[in-house]
Design a protein around this ligand. Structure first.
Ligand code: SF4
Ligand code: SF4
Ligand code: SF4
Length: 280
């Protein structure tokens, strides 16, 4: 039988599940729609189970959550339910003044959520990265091109201009167009993601340079409650954490101003390799 201490290690997983349950029940009751109960219960269940697997030392824990949540969102919400969950979908529902689907998704996962769990979305739920993470360059093979980060703002502005343009021109069958835009946008993301990964020998090059969603993700991530801490007194500057980090985070500094600090996807690869347990 497991000791009480051992079971206590799973309390954060249970808390995470209960947090999502609270969102699920609140939205179910306030919006009188059973979908919210099922949707957030499923996502919370996956996250709770994934973090429990992580606590149990299973190396596949993050990939399990990423595939379970990412494919559900892409296939069920996107393709079957025909909801545009890309950034264009967010603008679309926002301009319609509707607080559902993509607007709720963005508010929870990408705008306010990062204050609690940083870029957890990017490590555990994104359906674009879910596929890109299968490519061979898990650890970046080339130095990061900081200046290319400007491209994310170009993509952000283009997505806003595209949806604004469609509204201003009062285009007919907009709902249908948004669904096709979702499929086309996804295909484009995957193609660009593959090209960038091979070009820069880095699976996450798309995330670093092109992804417009990071414009929302970064500000909240800076203040994130959940983050990797470094006990600098224990650090022997071996550089292992820096080499293994897929996002080039200067994680051997404790400050929130650490280089690329808002890029951390909470994959915890760095904590696994630190020989002095300086990272936690
Ligand atoms: S940066 Fe963009 S593509 Fe990469 S994981 Fe985050 S949301 Fe997905
Ligand atoms: S390796 Fe560490 S610092 Fe880098 S993204 Fe993963 S958790 Fe964050
Ligand atoms: S792996 Fe640990 S000891 Fe090595 S540089 Fe990183 S924090 Fe310091």
């Amino acid at each position: 039988m497991k000791s009480n201490n051992e079971l206590c290690r799973y309390v954060p997983s249970m808390m995470l599940f209960l947090l999502f349950e609270a969102v699920a029940v609140t939205l179910w009751l306030t919006k009188d729609n059973l979908f919210y109960l099922l949707n957030f219960s499923y996502i919370g269940g996956c996250l709770g189970m994934g973090t429990a697997l992580f606590t149990a030392g299973k190396r596949y824990a993050r990939r399990f959550v990423q595939l379970a949540v990412g494919s559900y969102m892409l296939i069920y919400l996107g393709v079957i339910s025909r909801e545009n969950m890309q950034i264009e979908g967010f603008w679309y529902y926002l301009f319609l003044g509707v607080f559902e689907a993509a607007t709720i998704h963005y508010a929870v996962a990408k705008i306010f959520g990062p204050l609690l769990f940083g870029r957890g979305w990017c490590g555990y739920a994104c359906w674009t990265a879910m596929v890109l993470d299968f490519l061979p360059y898990k650890q970046p093979q080339k130095p990061r091109k900081e200046k290319l980060g400007i491209l994310r703002y170009v993509m952000f502005a283009l997505s806003l201009a595209l949806v604004s343009g469609l509204f201003l021109m009062k285009v007919a069958h907009l709902e249908q167009i948004m669904f096709w835009l979702f499929l086309a946008g996804d295909a484009l993301y995957y193609i660009a993601g593959f090209v960038f990964a091979y070009l820069f020998k880095d699976n996450r090059a798309f995330c670093k340079y092109l992804c417009p969603v990071t414009v929302f993700l970064k500000p909240g991530s800076y203040f994130s409650l959940l983050r990797v801490h470094c006990d600098e007194d224990k650090c022997i500057h071996c550089g292992k954490c820096l080499r293994v980090c897929p996002m080039n985070v200067e994680v051997n500094k404790e400050s929130r101003k650490r280089k690329n600090g808002t890029e951390c996807i909470l994959c915890y690869e760095c904590t696994k390799v630190c020989p002095t347990k300086a990272l936690h």
